[in-house]
Write a protein that binds this ligand. Structure first.
Ligand code: ATP
Ligand code: MG
Length: 324
């Protein structure tokens, strides 16, 4: 029998947030193990601890207690610098609010994680373009985020997470801002990438339909694992849930090589405007600016040929989280 390689191991994970005098027990005691190449969905009611769990697994926050081991390394024992380097080498992230750098084009955004791996510029661009193509965005490579629809920006974010073929990718409601048709395209592109590259994929979602393609569904309640279900025959492809078949089927922005025609924008136009996708909320701007500052610092250091900078490319550690 084929040996199953463990990729993530969580033991007695606990997270308590403190805001002022108040303590919130977000994770009580989580124990779980995920295999290499496993696609795991985390579901549960709002406030059950899904995002908190993802943030601890991804090393974006320090647990109050317990350990998270990824690919044999105890990330809970790492310093911030070690963690940042580990994330750059091994992990990818997809967030609901895209987190793209506004001044960079799609191809520049996607190429960023490759810079941290020391890949030369030309090769980075080539790889980034290929990844964008796989996400149906071959013709949007030189567009900036503001020149793209929400669904297209999210696909750029996904291309960025996958381009360096990390061992594990974490996604918090990656299709939360997308219409049903774009969700189908994005989910199927993700499925293809994780299956082809044997990537461990951990996805938080509110939509039970999305979990139909997962190998494993973990349901949280009040910071504990309520159910841990292994699916014998996960769906190979995601389909539009019943009752939504007619929704938003006029998305012409997918221009991959599978032959589906793309809307060809005239010179100087962005080609969008059908209004089927909602742009990201403005609240994301502050976070983007902050990320931009961090990335600029990394670029500066890279130019100086300094050692890998301790920069988190996607989300900073929540400063207001304290320990029990
Ligand atoms: N930074 C924080 N400071 C204080 N409390 C927090 C913080 N982040 C989360 N919480 C609290 O921890 C609990 C779990 O939150 P979490 O964001 O993990 O829930 P969730 O399952 O992702 O919910 P949703 O589905 O609404 O996104 C909630 O009670 C929340 O209010
Ligand atoms: Mg959440």
């Amino acid at each position: 029998m084929k040996q199953v390689q463990s990729m993530i191991k969580v033991e007695h994970l606990r997270k308590v947030y403190r805001t002022g005098k108040e303590k919130v027990l977000a994770l009580a005691d989580i124990n779980l193990e995920l295999a290499k190449g496993e696609f795991c969905c985390i579901v549960g009611a709002s406030g059950s601890g899904k995002s908190t769990l993802l943030n601890q697994l991804a090393g974006l926050e320090k647990p109050t207690r317990g350990t998270v081991v990824i690919d044999g390394e105890n990330i809970s024992a790492m310093s911030e610098n070690q963690l940042a380097a580990f994330r750059q080498q091994k992990l990818g992230f997809v967030f609901q609010s895209y987190n793209l750098l506004p001044t960079m084009t799609a191809v520049e955004n996607v190429a960023l994680p490759l810079m941290f791996k020391g890949i030369p510029k030309r090769k980075r661009e080539k790889m980034a373009k290929e990844q964008l193509k796989k996400m149906g965005l071959g013709k949007r490579a030189h567009h900036k985020p503001t020149e793209m629809s929400g669904g297209q920006q999210q696909r750029v974010g996904i291309a960025r997470a996958f381009v360096s073929k990390p061992a594990v990718i974490f996604a918090d409601e990656p299709t939360g801002n997308l219409d049903s048709h774009t969700t189908v395209q994005v989910m199927n592109a993700i499925l293809k990438l994780i299956r082809e590259n044997n990537i461990t994929f951990v996805m938080v979602t509110h939509e039970r339909d999305l979990a139909a393609c997962a190998d494993r569904i973990i349901t949280l309640r009040d910071g504990l694992v309520l159910r841990d279900e292994r699916m014998d025959h996960p769906q190979e492809a995601y389909t539009v849930p019943e009752g939504q078949e007619d929704a938003d089927l006029d998305d012409k922005s997918w221009d991959d090589s599978t032959g589906k025609a793309a809307a060809q924008p005239a010179e100087g136009e962005t080609g969008e405007g059908q209004g089927t996708e909602i742009p990201p909320p403005l609240a994301g701007q502050a976070q983007q600016d902050e990320t931009l500052a961090q990335i600029s610092e990394t670029i500066r250091r890279a130019k100086e040929k300094a050692p890998a900078a301790p920069v988190q490319t996607n989300q900073k550690i929540k400063e207001n989280s304290t320990h029990e």
